[in-house]
Design a protein around this ligand. Structure first.
Ligand SMILES: Cc1cc2nc3c(=O)[nH]c(=O)nc-3n(C[C@H](O)[C@H](O)[C@H](O)COP(=O)(O)O)c2cc1C
Length: 233
């Protein structure tokens, strides 16, 4: 193998390794991430592409006492049964293959935790863990500019992906959380967001508790053949 080919191989190997290793972490160690490491993740994610290079993502990162105050507030609202206060319309319905995939990943989670099928109380209790940020020491809130509409949210989605990969490369665990966006009004009030900002999602992050059983399973992916149509003639 010549040097150029070998370097290309190394680069795709690294990317594949990061993509294959990453998973949604639902139990974290209490250890905080130091500021230079967080800033390294953020600087890397800033290279995300966006429509017209608008870079609509703005990020609030709550840590320490600020995270704890926010956790208490959002947990209280969620556990009282409030929510559905999204800035972006959530999925109306999961049907067909999308419902199947949703069920598969849900059952993986519940089976791993020993929550019996149909145990609605068990499901709800686990869902509430979103509002404890799964024990993460840091939570990021990603918000976009209202006039950019759905494409601003798409750009933020790409940012979230790059944030997660950069974090993975630096030894951190992450979980993207649309569950936090169910409480967009609370988030806007608590963090004094201007009226023209729209909450896309959160990302809880820190060091994964790899010994916790909730972090022991991996979700599947459809094949390229299931996903892509090549059109040549
Ligand atoms: C935009 C987005 C929002 C998500 N919101 C939540 C959430 O609120 N709570 C949760 O437990 N997982 C959430 N997830 C994680 C997905 O369930 C997870 O990415 C998917 O099942 C694939 O598993 P993996 O991340 O372990 O590969 C979200 C993922 C994405 C991309």
């Amino acid at each position: 193998m010549d040097a150029e080919v070998s370097q290309t191989q190394d680069r795709i190997d690294v990317l594949e390794e990061l993509l294959n290793e990453r998973y949604s972490v639902r139990a974290f160690l209490p250890k905080e991430v130091d500021r230079p490491t967080i800033e390294h993740v953020l600087t890397t994610a800033q290279r995300t592409a966006s429509w017209c290079n608008s870079q609509p993502w703005q990020v609030i990162i709550a840590s320490g006492e600020a995270k704890e105050r926010f956790r208490q507030l959002i947990y209280k609202e969620a556990s009282a049964g409030f929510g559905d206060d999204y800035d972006f319309t959530p999925p109306r319905e999961y049907v067909g293959i999308y419902l199947e995939r949703r069920r598969e990943s849900g059952f993986q989670l519940y089976n791993t935790l020993g929550i019996p099928r149909g145990d609605k109380m068990g499901y709800a209790k686990q869902a509430l863990e979103n509002y404890n940020f799964f024990g993460a020491p840091h939570v990021a809130i990603i918000h976009t500019d209202e006039p950019l509409g759905i494409y601003g949210a798409i750009d933020c989605g790409a940012y979230v992906s790059n944030f997660m990969l950069a974090a993975q490369a630096l030894g951190l665990g992450t979980i993207p959380q649309a569950a936090l966006a169910r409480h967009s009004g609370l988030i806007r009030r608590h963090f004094n967001l201007p009226d023209d900002r729209r909450v896309v999602c959160g990302i809880s992050f820190g060091y994964a508790d790899v010994a916790h059983k909730v972090n022991s399973y991996r979700t599947s992916r459809a094949t390229v053949a299931d996903t892509v149509t090549f059109v040549e003639k």
